[in-house]
Structures are given as C-alpha cells and as structure tokens.
Design a protein around this ligand. Structure first.
Ligand code: HEC
Ligand code: HEC
Ligand code: HEC
Ligand code: HEC
Length: 182
C-alpha cells in the first residue's frame, strides 16, 4: 500500500491506465490520490463561493452506493461506477477499509484531489479540476451499466439516446448558483 503514497513517482508504469487524468501543465498523465468529499467540503461549501458540497450531497450521485444490495456491494463489476476511485490510490477498496469512499463523489467528475486540496491557489495549477466534459460522464453512463436504457433521452434532433450530456448536466450537476448564494 505504501508505494501508492508517492503517486508522482509511479507515473511510468501506470501511465497507460490513466488516459483521462492529465495535468494542467503539459498533458502529462499523473497518478494522484483520491482524498474524499469531506476535504472538498472544507472549502467548497461557503455561501460566498457556492455551496457545492450541500448541493452534491442531495444529488443521486451522492446516494449511488445504496442502490447496491448484499453481495453487489463487494462486486467489482458494480463498484467501479457506484463508488469513488475504485482500485485507484486512495479510492474505494471495501466497506470496512474505506467507508468514506462510497458513492459518486466530486472526484469522479473533477479528478483525484490530492494536489488541489493543498495547492489550490491560482498560481498553483489545479491538475484535476478541469470542467467535466461528456467523456467524464460516459465512463459510467454507458452500456456496461446493467440498467442502461437506450431510449432514456431524446436529443435535440429528436433521436433517442442512452445519454445526452447537455440534458444530463442540467439534471444532475450543481443546481446551486454562486450568484444566488451570495
Ligand atoms: C483548501 C481549500 C480547498 C480544498 C480542500 C479544495 N478546493 Fe477546490 N478550489 C479551492 C479554491 C480557492 C479554488 C479557486 C481557485 C482559483 O480560482 O484559482 C478552487 C477551485 C476548484 C474548482 C474549479 C477549478 C477551475 O478550474 O475553475 C473545482 C472543480 C474544485 N476546486 C474542486 C475541488 C474538489 C473536487 C475538491 C476535493 C477533492 C476540492 N476542490 C478541494 C480551494 C479548495
Ligand atoms: C458502467 C457503469 C455502471 C456499472 C458497471 C454498474 N452501474 Fe448501476 N448504474 C450506473 C448508472 C450510470 C446508473 C444511473 C442510470 C441512469 O439514471 O441513467 C445506474 C443505476 C443503477 C440502479 C438504479 C436503476 C434504476 O432504474 O433506478 C441500480 C439498482 C444499479 N445501478 C445497480 C447496479 C448493480 C447491481 C451493478 C453491478 C452488477 C451495477 N449497477 C453496475 C452505472 C453503472
Ligand atoms: C456528476 C459529476 C460531478 C460531481 C459528482 C461533482 N461535480 Fe462539480 N462540476 C461538474 C460539472 C459538469 C461542472 C461544470 C458545469 C456546472 O457548473 O454545472 C462542475 C463545476 C464545479 C465547480 C465550479 C467550477 C467553475 O466553473 O468555477 C466547482 C467548484 C465544483 N464543481 C466542485 C464540486 C464539488 C466540491 C463536488 C463534490 C461535493 C462536485 N463538484 C461534484 C460535475 C460534477
Ligand atoms: C463514477 C460513475 C459516474 C460518473 C463519472 C457520472 N455518473 Fe451520473 N450516475 C452514476 C450513477 C451510479 C447514477 C445512479 C444514481 C441513482 O440513480 O441513485 C447516476 C445518475 C445520474 C443521473 C440521474 C440522476 C437524476 O437526478 O435523475 C444523471 C442525470 C447523471 N447521473 C448525470 C451525470 C453527468 C452529467 C455526469 C458527468 C458530468 C455524470 N453523471 C457522471 C454514475 C456516474
């Protein structure tokens, strides 16, 4: 386990597994640790900058683990989409060891927070916090989901589709607006 604690050193071997995680500097893949939503809450739940944590905690993503019953809570096939950082440094392993890493937390959309949670100033790049794009969501919102429905959404051309990014973002992500909470 210890070697995960120095993720920057481990880049080489695991780089291939990390395609979605690019640093802000130069597109170099970087293996960062997941830290859990409690860390994000410390700074991202203020009226002045937006109560992102409160907002998320009421969303379905924040309750996604409770959809898994009995042995499903130990099934790798389910855990990768219903927990945070499954099989990754700092991420979910099992309910006894990492109870705080259940559900689809902030870091599943914004990336592992290890560096950002300490180096959060403008001068310090925030490798993980790009604006999530469609590819962030379709890691989970795809046909590997046993409850996938081909016709869940109707896109702007009237075509049925299992996932429509524009509509899904409006439905699921950050209904809270900074302006309103000032
Ligand atoms: C110590 C305080 C602190 C912690 C902890 C923290 N953040 Fe931040 N975060 C900030 C600040 C300050 C900014 C604004 C930085 C700026 O404007 O340059 C920010 C910006 C962001 C942004 C927007 C970045 C952008 O490019 O506009 C996201 C997304 C974000 N944080 C997510 C997270 C997540 C997810 C966590 C938990 C893993 C987290 N933050 C933990 C202080 C923090
Ligand atoms: C590829 C990612 C992925 C995997 C793997 C996955 N799920 Fe899900 N699951 C999702 C997503 C995404 C949703 C939400 C579907 C939606 O609302 O579009 C979901 C929803 C659900 C729901 C709620 C269904 C409903 O109609 O409300 C249950 C129950 C569930 N999953 C159980 C499981 C179980 C059990 C497994 C393992 C056998 C599993 N999931 C594996 C992504 C996944
Ligand atoms: C399901 C994916 C998802 C989850 C989970 C999620 N976010 Fe976000 N977040 C987004 C998307 C997409 C945006 C940009 C669009 C928007 O603002 O709605 C965003 C925007 C943000 C911003 C503003 C960035 C800016 O433009 O200034 C912050 C801060 C942030 N999220 C923090 C968090 C924190 C903290 C959590 C957990 C408590 C969290 N997010 C959970 C998807 C997510
Ligand atoms: C780590 C996997 C994962 C990621 C990444 C993810 N989701 Fe989800 N999403 C889920 C699961 C699991 C559920 C089922 C939660 C439930 O039904 O309780 C869900 C549910 C939803 C729902 C239905 C909830 C509702 O309020 O009706 C929407 C919409 C959604 N996600 C949009 C998004 C968007 C947009 C993104 C990307 C910005 C995203 N998701 C990223 C796993 C994920």
């Amino acid at each position: 386990m210890k070697k995960w604690i120095q993720p920057a050193v481990n880049v080489g071997l695991f780089a291939v597994l990390l395609l979605p995680l690019y640093s802000a500097q130069g597109g170099e893949p970087e293996k960062l640790k997941f830290v859990g939503d409690a860390k994000c809450k410390m700074c991202h739940n203020m009226a002045s900058s937006g109560k992102y944590w409160d907002d998320w905690s009421q969303s379905k993503h924040a309750k996604a683990f409770s959809l898994l019953k009995g042995d499903e809570q130990k099934d790798a096939k389910c855990l990768k989409c219903h927990t945070t950082g499954f099989g990754e440094p700092g991420g979910f392993t099992d309910l006894e060891k990492t109870p705080k890493m259940v559900n689809v937390q902030c870091e599943m959309c914004h990336g592992p927070g290890e560096k950002h949670a300490v180096a959060h100033k403008k001068e310090n790049p925030i490798p993980h916090s790009w604006k999530p794009e469609e590819k962030t969501c379709v890691k989970c919102h795809n046909k590997d989901n046993p409850n996938w429905k081909e016709d869940k959404y109707t896109d702007k051309n009237g075509k049925k589709t299992g996932f429509d990014f524009e509509q899904a973002v409006k439905l699921a992500v950050h209904k809270v607006k900074k302006e309103e909470s000032k």
